[in-house]
Design a protein around this ligand. Structure first.
Ligand code: MOS
Length: 758
């Protein structure tokens, strides 16, 4: 794999290395479960052995007898915890300790607290529960599952996009396809385990927990415990992988905080890898039925997309990705419908590009099937249906570089050398297939606050509660200050993930760079303006009487074009300032003004890419080569080329890493990842990293990321679109298309595995 640092192109910042890189590779970096605390007790969760029914009794005797056990918390002795509110930053509306009902397999039953983790674990194994069990519904088609329209039954999917009469358009379309796809249950499996550490000092609570939204956790846990949120601090400086799983708060957090208060002792609860499959969220399995009609010259005249998604009994979670797919091409008529299927499962949740990953897989796979039906080149088929306006309401994209991405990626990939005939390309025993797909992700932006402080020595410190989930937010936020202030990145410190810092939105929906950098830019410009004003209004300084608009900053000095300058330290002296600080609250244009106040109280909201008179999306094109062994049917991916346009790229190095990581994730989704469910017990069976397969180094060969220059002044102040979730959208569909090209087999159900090709 080529690991060269990509040089910046037009409208891109410098490829600065991550500010926290050294601390991470030396092991110095401190994650949430690493904070040392005095007199720490250890909590271990006990989870249910049934998926539906209720707890009859809990036998704690043997567990209590284990030396070192301090207390066991269950529905018997946890009193007064409020139920969380689903959809307001909580993963589920159920607080399992509030009653005997079992909603899903491996639901929390007890928290065993002991002097050591080992004693707590030993006791947890000895706790016995008896149940009144009912037969669970595991998934689609299970007896007792219930199908509902997403519209009217969910909070997030309010409308099924439509345009014109899709049935009439389908009836008369000269070329048609009618196809069904499915995607499996998937779990995030961040390498950092889920954990909560809770510590009380009198009535002040501190929680250390890997979180994508510390303000949400702070307010949520305060609400459940019935305490003043001002007394709760949540700390999450670095996160070892999240992908959406650490966005909403899960029921564990409040229970651990409750237990720590009851025992007047700090407690750390690290959830096992296995329990992470049910005590946190996941991506639910989906089904799709797509019908598409086109004219012989390749214009789409009808696109019908029905989707089904599994959700839980208590909560109607839905991703509803037709909101995006219906905007992608210049369809004639559009008809969509999303339905949820309620089963006895833990509530699903956000997982990297939640709506786009499954729904774009279906759409882009259908695009390849339609291109084949039309005997058209799949790239040309997308070109014919490309549009600068979304088809449903006719709103323009602020910028859309989809075909530029296709052209640059196709060139680098060598798409011209592909023989379009199915099964025609071969290298010895290996069948070769090539496929492509569109990637798309909305540019979401939310209100964010930052504190930026400049010292006379030219040191900058940025504080934001935004989350370093591995994406490089500290680095790009630092760059957004260093640039206007003319300072070297060595002078910049960025602190994140703490409710003692100004609030930032949930690190989800690829919003962080746009949201946080917009606020940092405003703050840095204000600091510059204050310095320039001071410089020109000083009585006898070297820049007295100049026009502030003619000044700049460089290397700790205010400079004029003719070389006249004043040192920051001198200017600070003259101003009588020890530091210059700006606290900026930035609310994106068009958002309700109260959204900033709501952010402080733990409610994160976005202006979504699909909202407004003009819509904002990042695009990409991905090309995949597969090789399939003619006898064993082993599937390999020797190379992927992706070209992506995401507005201003703050840092080509971190952007490329995000996009590479996304495409690697796409290899996993295409060929490997699936949580298997035992339908009799509604139980996940491969609950570990040995049997839940993700892409590893040996699965990844050549990956090329092309950053396509794109300038967009309308998207937001920072000009940034965000690339955190773009790269994994499209990879599985490109793999599906490549497998078809190699073998003539359409494998429509992910993941595509060797046994599908026998
Ligand atoms: Mo991401 S799934 O929006 O945290």
């Amino acid at each position: 794999m080529n690991v060269a640092v990509p040089p910046p192109k037009e409208n891109m910042g410098q490829p600065v290395a991550r500010l926290e890189a050294r601390s991470k590779v030396t092991g110095e970096a401190r994650y949430s479960a690493d904070f040392p605390l005095n007199n720490l007790a250890h909590g271990v969760l006990v989870t249910s052995a049934i998926a539906a029914g209720s707890i009859k009794s809990l036998d704690l005797e043997a567990a209590r007898a284990v030396p070192g056990v301090i207390e066991i918390f269950t529905q018997e002795n946890v009193k007064g915890l409020k139920d969380p509110k689903f959809g307001q930053g909580n993963s589920s509306s159920v607080q399992p300790f509030n009653g005997p009902k079992i909603w899903h397999d491996e639901q929390m039953l007890a928290l065993v607290v002991a002097n050591t983790h080992e004693a707590a674990e030993d006791a947890a194994y000895r706790l016995r529960a008896s149940y009144d069990e009912t037969k669970p519904s595991a998934t689609f088609d299970s007896p007792g599952s219930q199908t509902l329209d997403a519209v009217g039954n969910t909070e997030s999917h309010k409308e099924d996009p439509k345009l014109g009469d899709v049935e009439a358009a389908l009836a008369t379309a000269p070329v048609k396809i009618d196809v069904k796809y499915s995607t499996p249950t998937q779990h995030h499996n961040p390498i950092e385990l889920f954990s909560t550490t809770a510590s009380w000092q009198d009535d002040k609570l501190t929680i250390y927990e890997p979180s994508q939204f510390v303000y949400g956790y702070k307010n949520g846990v305060a609400e459940q415990l019935g305490v003043d949120p001002a007394n709760v601090r949540v700390v999450s400086p670095l996160i070892g992988g999240a992908f959406g799983s650490k966005g909403p708060m899960t029921p564990r957090t409040a229970v651990v905080a409750y237990a720590a208060r009851a025992l007047n002792r700090p407690i750390r609860c690290v959830v096992s890898r296995m329990q992470g499959f049910t005590t946190a969220t996941y991506r639910a399995e989906t089904r799709h039925h797509i019908r598409m009609g086109a004219t012989p010259d390749g214009r789409i005249v009808a696109y019908s997309h029905e989707g089904w998604e599994v959700t839980s009994r208590p909560d109607n979670y839905v991703v509803g990705g037709t909101e995006t797919t219906s905007l992608v091409y210049a369809y004639g008529a559009v008809g969509t419908r999303v339905q949820i299927v309620k089963a006895d499962r833990n509530t699903p949740g956000y997982m990297r590009s939640p709506p786009e990953t499954p729904y774009m897989y279906a759409l882009e796979s259908a695009m390849d099937e339609m291109a084949a039906a039309l005997k058209m080149d799949p790239v040309e088929f997308r070109r014919v249906n490309d549009t600068q306006k979304e088809p449903i309401k006719g709103r323009p994209y602020t910028s859309r570089s989809l075909m530029t991405c296709y052209d640059q990626a196709a060139e680098a990939f060598g798409w011209k050398k592909r023989n379009p005939a199915v099964g025609s390309m071969r290298d010895g025993d290996w069948l070769i297939g090539m496929g492509c797909s569109t990637a798309i992700y909305p540019t979401n932006i939310g209100p964010a606050a930052v504190r930026v402080r400049l010292s006379p020595k030219g040191e900058v410190r940025i504080e934001t509660a935004a989350h370093e989930i591995g994406t490089g937010i500290r680095t790009v936020a630092g760059q957004m200050a260093a640039e206007p202030l003319g300072l070297d990145m060595k002078m910049v410190t960025v602190e994140t993930g703490d409710t003692d810092f100004p609030p930032a939105p949930v690190a989800g929906g690829s919003n962080s760079t746009a949201s946080v950098c917009s606020a940092v830019l405003v703050a840095s410009n204000r600091i510059r303006d204050r310095l320039f004003r001071a410089a020109v209004t000083s009585n006898d300084g070297p820049l007295a009487g100049r026009n502030p608009g003619d000044l700049g900053m460089k290397g700790g000095m205010i400079v004029a074009a003719d070389g006249a300058s004043v040192k920051l330290a001198d200017l600070f002296g003259q101003m009588g300032s020890g530091v210059i600080e700006e606290y900026v609250e930035h609310t994106p244009e068009g958002m309700p003004p109260e959204s900033m106040a709501k952010l402080y109280s733990g409610q994160s909201s976005f202006k979504r890419g699909s909202q407004g008179d003009k819509i904002r999306f990042a695009f990409g094109a991905e090309f995949v080569e597969v090789r399939i062994h003619s006898r064993t049917r082993e599937i390999r991916i020797p190379r992927i080329v992706g070209a992506f346009a995401g507005g201003r790229i703050m840092n080509p190095r971190t952007a490329r890493s995000q996009l590479m990581g996304g495409m690697i994730w796409g290899i996993g989704a295409g060929l490997l990842e699936a949580t298997e469910i035992d339908p009799r017990a509604a139980r996940y069976v491969n609950r570990d990293l040995a049997e839940y397969m993700v892409a590893v180094n040996a699965d990844v060969n050549q990956l090329e990321v092309i950053l396509v220059p794109e300038e967009d002044h309308e998207v937001n102040e920072a000009g940034v679109k965000g690339v955190g979730e773009l790269g994994n959208v499209g990879t599985p569909a490109a793999i599906q298309a490549a497998v078809f090209h190699a073998t003539g087999k359409r494998i429509r159900d992910l993941p595509i595995r060797l046994d599908d090709l026998l």
